[in-house]
Ligand binder design. Structure first.
Ligand SMILES: Cc1cc2nc3c(=O)[nH]c(=O)nc-3n(C[C@H](O)[C@H](O)[C@H](O)COP(=O)(O)OP(=O)(O)OC[C@H]3O[C@@H](n4cnc5c(N)ncnc54)[C@H](O)[C@@H]3O)c2cc1C
Length: 402
């Protein structure tokens, strides 16, 4: 079969790309190796800016809950930032439901979706993209979008991703909990918890209460290579669960559910396009290097990719010179924020995190600014000077009145 565009991977990045391309009238093939609905290891925390940027999602029954309160603990657990708001800080979702719905949006827009279709071979020639799926089916198209996630074979096989790229990792469990118990523990405001640099690691623990699920996880978002670190990650997670139970922050009895895990790239790839090719979402390494949050970037990159492809196909020019606009656009859109966060975390340490949380715990304005950035409500670029100024003001006040 012949298509305008083949999109490999039907996570948030691929489905969003396929939706916007189909809306423009391009014949779009979306393939995924899994049978849908499929699950994906994820905290299921959805920044509100996803709903602002993609308003078609909002009232569609795929948001499990909104959290309007939370606590962020310092590494020593001595200091804490408390947030209590009238309006939500973050939304929560179940990936099985959410990703399936995004596929449906793409199909409704006209995309042809083929599940249980594992990509086997890709050939990009001067005239076309030739894709072969494991069962032997073949598709030809003008352009290819690699939305095949963190282990993207497209990124590796096209040389856009080099060997030994830096990776972080997270483990989690999602427990089903009776709604009444959820209300008792997490209140109606679905109080969430973050424990920064728990056990002095370069990571954090999270508790995201949903409607009748609680998602508990631990992640080391920065580079993560050795097996020893992997064992540490699991150990940290077990220690974290123990701490949460000891402090009675979660129910003592939780059902048996498997521990799941996943990797994340620690920064975007240097180049995310080639002749007839774009990479989106995790395949391109688009995650928040501080929190590991990636759904916003996956969907935004999909939208930007669709815009760039639309122009390329309308001009009938699919060379990398034309497609390089994609990289310029994502850098301008969210890439600058990622760069800035990368610079900040390079200078981070357990001591600095402790100090920042100590200072913010006495300053509601600073807390709100920081939470706005962490929850993805405010752009880091836009608010960086406001945060820096407020931090120095508050530090000074703290020194004068210890
Ligand atoms: C443990 C963990 C917790 C996380 N928590 C959060 C969170 O709370 N909030 C948040 O915003 N982000 C979170 N993230 C990040 C988020 O999950 C990713 O950034 C997001 O899923 C990226 O979307 P994507 O579409 O690029 O990739 P994916 O969602 O991974 O989708 C890729 C798709 O490609 C398919 N695929 C792969 N290879 C092939 C192939 N060869 N042929 C066909 N199909 C293929 C896969 O089946 C999959 O469906 C978390 C990540 C991890 C690992």
């Amino acid at each position: 079969m012949t298509y305008d565009v083949t999109v490999v991977g039907a996570g948030p990045a691929g489905s969003t790309t396929a939706k916007f391309l189909s809306e423009k009238g391009f014949k779009t093939l979306l393939i995924d190796k899994e049978k849908f609905p499929r699950d994906k290891p994820c905290g299921g925390g959805l920044p509100l800016r996803v709903l602002q940027r993609f308003p078609y999602i909002d009232n569609d029954g795929i948001i499990e809950a909104f959290s309007s309160s939370g606590t962020v603990f310092s590494p020593s657990l001595k200091y804490q930032i408390e947030i209590n708001r009238d309006k939500p800080i973050i939304a929560t979702i179940l990936r099985k439901k959410f990703d399936f719905k995004l596929v449906k949006y793409a199909q409704d827009a006209g995309a042809i979706f083929k599940e249980e279709s594992t990509l086997s071979t890709v050939q990009i020639t001067k005239d076309k993209v030739h894709v072969i799926v494991k069962d032997g089916r073949v598709a030809d198209s003008e352009l290819l979008v690699g939305a095949d996630g963190v282990n993207s074979s497209i990124a590796k096989n096209t040389g856009l991703r080099k060997m030994g790229v830096e990776k972080g990792a997270c483990v989690l469990q999602e427990f089903e909990v009776d709604e009444k118990i959820m209300d008792d523990y997490f209140t109606k405001s679905r109080h969430c918890y973050i424990h920064s640099r728990f056990n002095t690691t370069a990571g954090y623990g999270w508790v995201f209460p949903k409607k009748h699920h609680v998602n508990i996880g631990f992640g080391i978002i920065q580079d993560f290579k050795t097996l020893k670190q992997k064992q540490n990650l699991l150990q940290c997670y077990q220690d974290y669960i123990e701490l949460l139970k000891e402090k009675d922050l979660i129910p003592q009895q939780l059902d048996k559910t498997p521990i799941k895990g996943g990797a994340l790239l620690t920064h975007p790839l240097e180049k995310t396009y080639g002749d007839r090719l774009l990479l989106v979402g995790d395949a391109a390494g688009f995650v928040n290097p501080l929190s590991g949050e990636g759904i916003y970037y996956a969907m935004s990159s999909g939208q930007i990719a669709a815009e760039t492809i639309t122009e390329a196909l309308e001009k009938r020019q699919t060379t990398q010179e034309i497609l390089s606009k994609y990289q310029t656009r994502w850098q301008k859109d969210f890439g600058k924020d990622i760069d800035l966060i990368l610079k900040v975390i390079k200078r981070g340490s357990v001591e600095k995190t402790e100090k920042i949380i100590k200072i913010a715990s006495n300053d509601e304005i600073l807390t709100n600014l920081m939470m706005g950035v962490i929850a993805g409500e405010l752009s880091v670029q836009q608010y960086k000077w406001k945060i820096v100024k407020r931090y120095f003001y508050s530090s000074l006040k703290n020194c004068l009145n210890p």
